[in-house]
Ligand binder design. Structure first.
Ligand SMILES: Cc1ncc(COP(=O)(O)O)c(C=O)c1O
Length: 383
């Protein structure tokens, strides 16, 4: 076996299950691509720019028109100012932005604090840079951050704290109090913050999108990352962006230039035009909220215990009253016994913590969601 830095890192759970289920008729609630379509106007704009033959490289930092539109958007949505010239960079999705930002700042021996369960891309990026992930478990039942615990583990080697709001895979959200705590803990230190806000517009129960960038002091040490993939149901376009003060962005751009060089030109033009139309951001979460409500409604009187997701398209289910099997075994049983694929939560922990939790992506069409919930609802205890 050839020794590599990522030798011990496997495929992420969504890929594993999708490969397992290829061409089967199992109801797959683990796929991260939604069944919902992108806005028709955005498709038309994409077509327009392909037809126009905009086939050459875009600017290495991203199309200026798109950076300008994002800058205006951030001002309108959060009242914050990022310069399109030197504080915004377009990336090939949020995943690349995360990898680039982490590899820019993490050096050999640096510690990076991250909260588990965690999205799978952070650890490989940290390890690849010679850093050491320091894990803090989110506290159940609603997966909140214990800031006293964070305070105890930070030290002079701590380079970065990574937060994610709304959170994949728990559906929790950082509150204003959390953001104030994060500011307090990092104040007077050299610690940087990466805030993954990929799901910023998918928030429920009349919540407003919120960003770490809205806290001026925190924004000075923060790299904010988002993606058009979730916002406009275009994950396959792979276009995201990264915002940071110039002193940080100037360094990120050096990595970005050599990791990706430039992102899809015609689709950047399409997005730049689209962002300047009247977009009603308040309706973006609607189909997801309807699906979340459907799940809560159908499974309310089942044996699953549920803390409602506050955002994203992830809902966790506690199955202790049904089985004491390991979550990986239980997920396997659900596929074999009722033809529904959910993900085991333990795979989102470095040490496979098994709290008897499984999760679903409620981004499928209504019929699939209904059918899956009906099958789940009928589950009897297995002992
Ligand atoms: C927390 C989080 N970050 C990033 C991504 C991927 O974003 P992108 O497709 O823009 O790379 C996902 C996808 O599910 C995600 O859940």
């Amino acid at each position: 076996m050839i020794k590599t830095k990522l030798l011990n890192i496997g495929k992420d759970i969504h890929t594993v299950i999708n490969e397992l289920l290829q061409e089967s008729d199992v109801l797959n609630l683990t796929q991260i691509s939604p069944d919902f379509q992108c806005p028709a106007e955005l498709s038309k704009l994409a077509e327009k720019y392909f037809r126009k033959g905009y086939n050459q490289y875009a600017h290495v930092d991203g199309l200026l028109e798109l950076r300008e539109a994002i800058s205006e958007n951030m001002d309108e949505l959060y009242g914050v100012k990022y310069s399109p010239i030197n504080e915004i960079t377009i990336t090939a999705g949020a995943t690349q932005a995360m990898f680039t930002a982490i590899s820019t700042f993490v050096n050999e021996g640096d510690e990076v604090v991250l909260f588990e369960p965690a999205y799978s891309s952070y650890v490989p990026a940290i390890v690849n840079s010679g850093g050491r992930p320091v894990f803090v478990q989110l506290k159940r039942p609603d997966y909140y951050i214990d800031w006293d615990e964070v305070q105890k583990i930070i030290n002079t080697r701590t380079k970065l704290i990574i937060v994610n709001t709304p959170h994949n895979p728990t559906g929790s959200i950082l509150s204003e109090e959390d953001i104030a705590q994060l500011r307090k803990i990092t104040n007077g230190t050299k610690i940087l913050v990466i805030s993954n806000e990929t799901f910023e517009h998918i928030v429920f129960d009349k919540r407003k999108p919120q960003s770490v960038s809205g806290n001026a002091q925190l924004a000075e040490r923060s790299i904010v990352i988002s993606s058009f993939g979730k916002t406009f149901n275009i994950p396959g376009w792979k276009i995201g962006y990264c915002l940071a003060p110039e002193k940080l962005m100037s360094q990120i751009r050096k990595s970005n230039m050599f990791q990706i060089n430039s992102v899809n030109t015609p689709l950047q033009y399409a997005l730049a035009d689209y962002l300047r139309t009247e977009i009603d951001y308040s309706i973006i979460a609607k189909p997801y909220e309807e699906n979340r409500n459907l799940v809560l409604d159908r499974l309310m009187n089942s044996r699953f215990e549920i803390v409602p997701s506050k955002g994203t398209f992830y809902q966790l289910l506690d199955y202790k009253a049904i089985s004491d099997e390991k979550d990986t075994e239980f997920a396997r049983r659900l596929i074999d016994q009722i033809g529904v694929a959910l993900f085991p939560l333990s795979v989102f922990y470095h040490d496979s913590v098994d709290n008897k939790m499984i999760g679903m992506c409620f981004n499928r069409n209504k019929e699939i969601m209904e059918d899956a919930c009906e099958r789940l609802k009928k589950l009897n205890p297995i002992r």
